[in-house]
Design a protein around this ligand. Structure first.
Ligand SMILES: [Zn+2]
Length: 179
C-alpha cells in the first residue's frame, strides 16, 4: 500500500497529464483528457500539483486525475501512477505488474497522440483548401461581376470565412496571422 503523501510529493501531475495525451502549454493549458475537448480547457497547475477543467468541471490532484481517467478507486489509482510513471515506491508490486501497467499506458498514449495528429492534419488540409477558395472568391468579387452573381459570391465568401474562423478557433486558439 502506497502512502498518498509520499506519492503526491514524488509524482508530477504534468507527467501523468502528458501520459494521458494532454500537452500542457507554457500556462499549463491543454485539451482535457477526461472529455472530448476541442480547445484547451484543462489547466494543469504544476506548482500546486492540481488540475481543473473549465469545460467539464473535473478537478483535483494527481490521484483524482488517475481515478477519473482510468475508472479506479483511490488506492488503485495510486498503484497505477506508481507503475505507469515508473516511480517504484510500492515494494509489494511485482516487476511483471509494473511492466504490464506501464506498457498498457504507453500504448494508449501513442494511440491517443496518433489520433490527435491525424485530426490536426485533416483540419490543416481543410484549412488550406478553404483559404484557397476564399482567395478565389475575393478575386472574383474584385473583377466586378453583375449584381446577381455578386450576391451569390458574397454569400459563398461569407460561408467560407465562417468555416475558416471555426478552424482557427479550434486549432490555433484564435486568429491565425499567417493567413
Ligand atoms: Zn474536461
Amino acid at each position: 500500500m502506497i502512502d498518498f503523501k509520499t506519492l503526491k510529493s514524488t509524482a508530477r501531475i504534468e507527467d501523468l497529464a502528458r501520459l494521458f495525451g494532454g500537452v500542457p502549454d507554457r500556462r499549463g493549458m491543454c485539451r482535457c483528457v477526461l472529455h472530448d475537448d476541442k480547445t484547451p480547457s484543462m489547466k494543469i497547475d504544476a506548482e500546486k500539483q492540481l488540475f481543473y477543467c473549465f469545460g467539464c468541471g473535473a478537478g483535483g490532484d494527481i490521484i483524482t486525475l488517475a481515478q477519473l481517467h482510468e475508472g479506479l478507486s483511490a488506492p488503485e489509482a495510486a498503484r497505477f501512477i506508481d507503475c505507469a510513471l515508473g516511480l517504484g515506491l510500492d515494494r509489494d508490486i511485482s516487476d511483471a505488474e509494473r511492466r504490464d501497467t506501464m506498457l498498457r499506458a504507453k500504448k494508449r498514449h501513442y494511440w491517443e497522440m496518433l489520433k490527435r495528429d491525424e485530426e490536426a492534419e485533416k483540419q490543416k488540409r481543410l484549412y488550406s483548401e478553404l483559404c484557397g477558395e476564399m482567395h478565389r472568391l475575393r478575386e472574383a468579387m474584385n473583377a466586378e461581376p453583375p449584381n446577381d452573381k455578386k450576391a451569390e459570391l458574397a454569400e459563398k465568401l461569407n460561408r467560407v470565412e465562417y468555416l475558416i474562423n471555426l478552424i482557427e478557433i479550434n486549432c490555433f486558439g484564435g486568429e491565425n496571422n499567417d493567413r
